[in-house]
Design a protein around this ligand. Structure first.
Ligand code: KG4
Ligand code: ZN
Length: 391
């Protein structure tokens, strides 16, 4: 089965096409194309992501990105030019009512392509920035209508959780690791910090979340305090490499709270006080602060994950989301897990699959059946991973 997946929940416009073979649990997956277009350079100027700018950029990028992705996948066939005429044109105008620029590109460029050999369209329904999500959803609805294809709403966080399970075999094909359950999932991104015991595909429960900032958000805010550009995670990580731990001690909130919740606002505020006291920190001081901040986050994330491994008798730990790109988190998780639970495997995304992408949406789509109601789906900015597709 060929799946075309679309992701526009935040500041990356992404489209991927995969071909799956076999049934659960042993699915083989061929990545035919996987493209991500980052808006980071635009948002950098503002120090963060502005939903309406993200929406505008997605609307501009989607049609050219789709054409490129079909081309990469070898599925783009030009057809003799035909025009979408009324009343069909009016239907697309209605679907893309809120995105006039996308509508114009859609009706002028897409009809030049022969309907590709695709079996299903998957799109991120949430969580994320609603104006941004809507662009991808409306585009997916329009394509599904034009090509008469089933539509699958995908939870972005399920994508982050399943991306680490993509494994490449020696012959270059990829498959999904299926001997990983029960697992403990740790979701760490710009909007989420969650501990998610996973009994199997689609069986997720959230046992802990952050009470304030998400860990990625804290990285971004601390970076701003240190005068570093958005997104702050990679910048802090780079600085921290040269920092000395413990020079500016920071708290480890909720480390011994006895539950699985997190809190990162306290660490962030402690950094603010530290920076204010120093006035204008030198590069060395910045590196020491970055190091201590990263250590504080990693300490809490690792300790709570390991406690969950013990309680749930997990066979694996799956770390997903943008912050899973953090080398220090990866190293500590591997070290501590190896020391305490040597039989438990650690599943972490391949480079490029940590931060937002559409391949993870295609992967998650394998475990969600097309929903007949999807043609009328609405974006859901706070969609919980433990809710079902139709919630
Ligand atoms: O998953 P993602 O791409 O988007 C959301 O769904 O939020 O995550 C983005 C977050 C940002 O906060 C970014 O600063 C953080 O992931 N991030 C990192 C690293 N790379 C990205 N945080 C720490 N270390 C990194 N290397
Ligand atoms: Zn994400």
């Amino acid at each position: 089965m060929r799946i075309l997946a679309i992701e526009t929940s935040c500041d990356e416009t992404a489209i991927a096409i995969v071909e799956t073979e076999g049934e659960l649990p042993s699915i083989t997956l061929r990545v035919l194309a996987d493209n991500t277009l980052s808006q980071i350079d635009i948002h950098k100027e503002y120090g963060g992501v502005f939903p309406m700018i993200a929406k505008r950029e997605h609307a501009r990028a989607l049609v050219p990105l789709l054409i490129k992705t079909l081309d990469d996948a070898g599925l783009k066939r030009e057809t003799s030019r035909h025009v979408i005429e009324s009343p069909l044109r009016a239907e697309f105008q209605e679907i893309l009512e809120k995105e006039p620029e996308l509508f114009t590109q859609f009706v002028t460029k897409i009809p030049d392509i022969t309907p590709p050999e695709i079996d299903m369209i998957a799109v991120t329904r949430g969580p994320g920035l609603e104006p941004a999500l809507w662009v991808g959803i409306n585009f997916a609805k329009a394509l599904a209508h034009l090509w008469n294809l089933p539509l699958v709403p995908v939870n972005h966080m399920e994508g982050h959780l399943l991306a680490p399970l993509l494994k490449r075999k020696e012959d270059g094909t990829t498959h999904l690791a299926h001997d990983t359950f029960p697992a403990v999932g740790l979701l760490v991104s710009g909007g989420h910090t969650e501990l998610v015991p996973m009994e199997g595909w689609g069986k997720y429960r959230v046992i802990g979340t952050t009470r304030d900032d998400a860990v990625g958000e804290a990285f971004d805010k601390v970076a701003r305090m240190l005068g570093l550009p958005y997104p702050g995670g990679p910048e802090i990580a780079r600085l921290a490499q040269n920092g000395t731990p413990g020079v500016y001690p920071l708290p480890r909130p909720m480390l011994h709270s006895g539950n699985y919740d997190f809190s990162f606002a306290g660490i962030k505020t402690a950094v603010l006080y530290t920076v204010q006291k120093i006035d204008t920190p030198s590069e060395t001081q910045k590196a020491d602060i970055a190091r201590e901040f990263e250590d504080a986050c990693v300490d809490v994330l690792t300790a709570k994950t390991l406690r969950a491994v013990e309680e749930f008798g997990a066979r694996s730990v799956i770390v997903g989301g943008g912050v899973s790109a953090n080398a220090s988190l990866r190293a500590r998780m591997a070290h501590d897990l190896g020391a305490r639970f040597p039989d438990v495997s650690l599943e972490i995304p391949k480079p490029g699959l940590s931060t937002d992408n559409a391949l993870m949406i295609a992967i998650a789509a394998c475990f969600n059946t097309p929903d007949p109601k999807a043609r009328t789906m609405r974006a859901k900015g706070n969609w919980k991973i433990s809710e079902t597709v139709t919630d």
